[in-house]
Design a protein. Structure first.
Lengths: 177, 292
């Protein structure tokens, strides 16, 4: 399966999962909405250029926004994640390219600790920015802090569970391809 | 000029980021004006189609509850049928007529249309639900929506060809005129964004006697809702010390967790009432400005 087709299917699966499962299930608490759809952006191949990353991030957020009737909210957060992603990857991956030849970020490609840091930073950014935008509209500061922490926690739990349950069979980057 | 192009070339990533971020924030903060724009209508039609597919599956999980509610409503309507009543005087026959106005001086003010909820949330601060009727079926903005057990559920805010978006009572900008059944006092039912089971009823003066468990109905002064539909029952009585009014916590009678069959109610006098209201405001302003 080509990268393009695989990522399209992944996007559809993540959006449907987010809209029809995670937004629908009775929540543990009114502050906590589990989020996982932005894992799509975290899983995009390394080879995607920064420009395309921004455009894809924006569209991903916008598609979810049209389901939840909040135009711009998730788009803004996803865009931030897509913008920051290359910087974080640069810091966390080995500089020596001979050791580093996987196609997309995964625990296998980056080792568990750097990958966990990578997911943690971007999750915190996504939720922090999104809840901040919501908070401008309504809510108190304590709500804001609790919501960011709780949502980040539950999303990390979901992502690592997904990571353990569905290990991706990753192809190596080769010169012949 | 060349330098400008070089600058754009060099910083094109961050420029794109800032521009798209601007677009996203513009969408977000202009939503109320923006939601009438064309391409949200198109998106509405798309998500509507996917939502109704999903809904066909989801409906099965709530069939039992839904049937109970429908049955109760049917039962109460059956009791109203003219065949339940016999006239003592056999020389007079009651004739039921369905024309818009009849000779007894009564006319029709409200028309109801059935619809099915295809998407619904209760977890956000601004909750909307989507129903499978739109402009083609005669739905217009500002029509009232009641749930299948006859309790107030929301107001239509946006309409596409075959779907409509309804602002649920669980929306922080929502305010519905409501009255106490016991005393008839008018107040405003709003939502504070916290618990989807409770609304807040404001502007009831302290002089009124209020008890826990009192019924709250839609008021007779609302432009959207017909009078007498259930909003909820009072579950907690608090005071707003600032203005000497009650702050009543109202348990909603509509169950927003599993809304399914709803009725969209049109006020046939809506345009005339709103127009009169607006013209009155203009007239009062003019009187204020001109010297008496």
């Amino acid at each position: 399966m080509s990268d393009f087709l695989r990522n399209i299917l992944r996007l559809a699966a993540f959006i449907l999962l987010q809209v029809y499962v995670l937004n629908k299930i009775p929540h543990l608490h009114r502050f906590i909405t589990p989020y996982i759809y932005y894992l799509f952006i975290l899983w995009l191949p390394f080879s995607v250029s920064r420009m395309w990353l921004l455009i894809i991030g924006f569209l991903t957020g916008l598609i979810l926004d049209y389901f939840t009737m909040t135009p711009g909210l998730h788009a803004a957060a996803c865009l931030l994640v897509a913008y920051v992603r290359p910087f974080v990857i640069n810091i966390l991956t080995p500089k020596d390219s001979s050791e580093f030849n996987y196609r997309e970020p995964s625990p296998k490609a980056m080792q568990w600790t750097p990958y966990a840091v990578y997911v943690f930073i971007l999750t915190l950014l996504h939720h922090g920015y999104m809840v901040f935008l919501e908070w401008l509209d309504v809510g108190s500061f304590l709500d804001f802090i609790i919501k960011v922490i709780a949502t980040t926690g539950i999303s990390l739990l979901l992502i690592f569970t997904a990571e353990l349950l569905f290990p991706r069979r990753l192809k190596f980057r080769t010169n012949t391809a | 000029m060349r330098n400008i192009f070089l600058f754009i070339r060099r910083y094109r990533t961050i420029l794109t980021f800032l521009i798209l971020q601007g677009v996203a924030l513009w969408f977000l903060f202009n939503y109320n004006r923006f939601h009438r724009a064309k391409f949200l209508g198109v998106a509405n039609e798309m998500t509507g189609r996917i939502n109704s597919q999903y809904n066909r599956v989801e409906d099965y999980f709530f069939l039992r509850l839904e049937n109970q509610r429908l049955n109760r409503l049917n039962d109460s309507l059956l009791n109203l049928l003219p065949r339940n009543f016999a006239s003592k005087d056999t020389t007079v026959q009651v004739v039921e007529d369905s024309v818009m106005s009849d000779t007894t001086g009564k006319y029709r003010r409200y028309i109801s249309r059935p619809a099915v909820v295809v998407y619904n949330t209760v977890n956000a601060k601004k909750n909307y639900f989507q129903i499978n009727r739109g402009a083609n079926q005669g739905i217009k903005d500002n029509m009232a929506v009641i749930s299948s057990d006859g309790s107030a559920a929301g107001i239509v805010v946006n309409v596409s060809a075959n779907f409509s978006q309804v602002m649920s009572l669980l929306h922080i900008q929502n305010s519905v005129s409501a009255s106490l059944k016991r005393s008839g006092d008018f107040g405003t039912a709003e939502w504070d964004g916290n618990d989807p089971r409770f609304l807040i009823l404001k502007r009831i003066p302290k002089t009124t006697e209020v008890k826990k468990g009192d019924t709250v109905l839609t008021s007779s002064v609302s432009f959207n809702f017909p009078p007498g539909y259930m909003v909820g029952t009072i579950s907690e009585i608090n005071f707003d010390n600032a203005n000497g009014m009650y702050l009543l916590k109202v348990k909603t009678s509509a169950n927003f967790y599993n809304l399914q069959q709803v009725h969209v109610i049109e006020n046939l006098d809506y345009n005339e009432q709103v127009k009169l209201n607006a013209e009155t405001k203009v007239k009062i302003e003019q009187v204020k400005k001109s010297p008496r």
